[in-house]
Design a protein around this ligand. Sequence first.
Ligand code: SAM
Length: 242
Amino acid sequence: MRITVLTLFPEMYHDFLHTSIIGRAVERGLVTVDFVQIRDFAHDNYRHVDDRPFGGGRGQVMKCQPVLDALNSVETENSYSLMMSPLGTVYNQAKAHELSEKDHLILLCGHYEGLDARINKHVDELVSIGDYVLTGGEMASMVIMDSVIRLLKGSITEGSAEEESYENGLLEYPQYTQPADYEGDKVPDILLSGNHARIREWRLEQSILTTKERRPDLYEKHNFTEEEKKVLKKMKKEGLLD
Ligand code: SAM
């Protein structure tokens, strides 16, 4: 996969692309990441990429010409372009999977008061990473890159993403590690039992309970599998669920 980031601040990405799982994925060549400095496409001597908003108001808006010239310089027929924007569809794991199948992602980062609205129609999609406002799209693009790159084959141990939160529509079960007894706070006995079928069932129960408690919105819209329905029935019988 190739990812191209259009930004005014490429220096923000250095540590991100050289650390941990993402660093290894880049090193192994699972993904190549390149940057386009939007300012390189400004025509005036001062390399202005922004100007005051029409109609008045605070701040500066990024101009069509340098942004669209930058976009056109990297777009191919295999590209899929996303604008980082608080107006976009809120990003989630399903979108991460969808993007991980693309050949070439282009991530356009706004800054200041954002991008001239006429740019919107030139990208495939507007995406928001949540209901809050960031200073610029750079952090948002890193969130997208991280979540997509870890899904690429060879990035993380095969199968380990499958049990994570959101993958099957539920949140993950609680995880514990050594010591089994931390100052009197013990891990659940079942996890030390070696009974893998029972552990699997317990984890499913916990996943269901955690999702119901922490994310009732996800719980309500979840399509329970046959295995989950069986566990649900048992939990209701045991009074763990109403
Ligand atoms: N004036 C804009 C508004 O009120 O919607 C906010 C602009 S913000 C300060 C500057 C840039 O940060 C945006 O153009 C976008 O690229 C990025 N950004 C801010 N919040 C974001 C979010 N929640 N998701 C994705 N990108 C975001």
